[in-house]
Ligand binder design. Structure first.
Ligand code: SAM
Length: 247
């Protein structure tokens, strides 16, 4: 039950500064959302690849979300206690001294751009994310809810797709992957039927430079690794949020 969960009254009232202190005052909001992020493998893989992009995991289980929270705190601490790799922006000079990069001009340390909320993502997504603020939405190995009477519990449904289309910006991508063929067909069918989404092939996304994201989608999460150990299949389906509904 999620009766104890507290939600922001609206996206405008959501204060992201405590989540991303290094970006406080930047006005940035999360651009990547990992729905049912589990132990956070995707976010941890993507964070260093997109250091200026804020990303958020949503996870309903108390202990799992706490684990991810602790993992992020630890990663941030380890990363800042070690000397940061600075970009080599200086020119060779006669000075013997090592150049000191100005912290105001560099990207915040690793993992400053990643955070998690304990939330039921099937409720109040628009209370977290402003309209058209997300460029990527991830549904990786979601719970299958096999029985028909439980299908309404699935994280992709016509009602929820309207909310996902609202928070995603035109051009934004929905990534889904599962080892359950039936769930794959379900997600694909619903996304294809929804007027604001169009299927986009893995090949096209790779051509657009989203290869590193796809690689992480396939292999970075705990559930994805489990499927790999069991030599299960992985079914990927991706969709682009289109500009306007064609009439
Ligand atoms: N995406 C992760 C991965 O690939 O390792 C976790 C996959 S796990 C099978 C599904 C996760 O979704 C679980 O951690 C579960 O607690 C979470 N979950 C299920 N329903 C949810 C909901 N309504 N809101 C947020 N998280 C949810």
């Amino acid at each position: 039950s999620d009766h104890s969960l507290v939600y922001p009254a609206s996206a405008e009232e959501m204060d992201w500064d405590p989540h991303y202190p290094a970006f406080a005052g930047s006005g940035k909001t999360p651009e990547f959302a990992d729905v049912g992020c589990g132990f956070g493998g995707l976010l941890i893989a993507l964070a260093p690849l997109f250091p200026d992009t804020l990303m958020l995991g949503m996870e309903i289980r108390v202990q799992v979300s706490q684990y991810v929270q602790d993992r992020i705190v630890a990663l941030r601490a380890t990363s800042t206690s070690q000397p940061q790799q600075q970009p080599k922006t200086y020119l060779a000079s006669s000075s013997e001294e090592a150049p000191v990069a100005s912290s105001s001009t560099t990207t915040p340390g690793p993992y400053q751009n990643v955070s998690i909320v304990r939330a039921n993502s099937m409720k109040f997504m628009p209370n977290y994310f402003p309209k058209h603020s997300l460029s990527a939405l991830f549904f990786l190995f979601p719970d299958p809810h096999f029985k028909s009477r439980k299908h309404k519990a699935r994280i992709i449904s016509p009602t929820l797709l309207a909310e996902y289309a609202y928070v995603l910006r035109p051009g934004g991508i929905v990534y889904t992957i599962t080892d359950v063929r039936d769930l794959h067909e379900w997600m694909k069918t619903h996304l294809e039927a929804f007027p604001l989404f169009e299927a986009v092939s893995e090949e096209t996304l790779r051509e657009e430079g989203k290869g590193p994201i796809l690689d992480a989608v396939y292999t970075s999460t705990e559930e994805g690794k489990k499927v790999e150990r069991n030599q299960g299949d992985k079914w990927l389906a991706c969709f682009r949020r289109i500009e306007v509904e064609r009439v």
